[in-house]
Design a protein. Structure first.
Length: 176
């Protein structure tokens, strides 16, 4: 049963290139705007890639649930734990690659909307569930500023967990 994941996003057509998961926020309106006002889109294809970063095929089907985060406030000498339950809803044993992405919402410089920070390959028997946990350390939140110095800034961070970069569950915490 295959369980590999893509290492890049695959576009519908060459007109979408470049297309990648960790793009910088452009300040344009959100594609989730219900009215679709002020949002640029293609006429004949969706804006999203054909296959997002981290996408993979399997004979098994997996469902993510019971997503929790240990604390909504993190200090510089403490970590945050993230847990999610992965259920194999098919009749075939399989292996899922659970992916954890972070977003620094309030950084002093523009940061990507998602960055892959961790992943775990977990075997899940048919019809069974497995709890997967990750630990986010303050060092996972660091980035390099315009002068090449590594820094970690206080602010809001979003944590995404899922089977690829598009289909994720979301929680958040504040670094003090």
């Amino acid at each position: 049963n295959p369980s590999g994941k893509t290492v890049m996003s695959f576009p519908y057509a060459v007109g979408q290139i470049p297309v990648y998961y960790n793009y910088f926020n452009s300040g344009r309106p959100s594609p989730t705007d219900p009215a679709g006002n002020w949002y640029t889109r293609y006429r004949d294809i969706p804006n999203d890639p054909l296959y997002p970063f981290g996408f993979g095929l399997s004979y098994s089907e997996f469902k993510y649930s019971d997503y929790s985060i240990s604390d909504t406030v993190m200090t510089r000498n403490k970590h945050v734990s993230v847990k999610v339950t992965v259920t194999n809803t098919s009749n075939t044993d399989g292996t899922e690659v659970v992916q954890l992405y972070l977003r620094d919402v309030t950084a002093s410089i523009v940061r990507p909307v998602k960055e892959l920070k961790a992943f775990k390959r977990v075997p899940v028997k048919a019809g069974a569930s497995v709890e997967v946990s990750f630990t986010i350390e303050p060092s996972d939140l660091a980035f390099y500023d315009g002068f090449g110095r590594q820094k970690t800034e206080p602010g809001l961070f979003k944590v995404y967990v899922g089977g690829d970069s598009k289909n994720v569950l979301e929680k958040s915490f504040v670094l003090q």
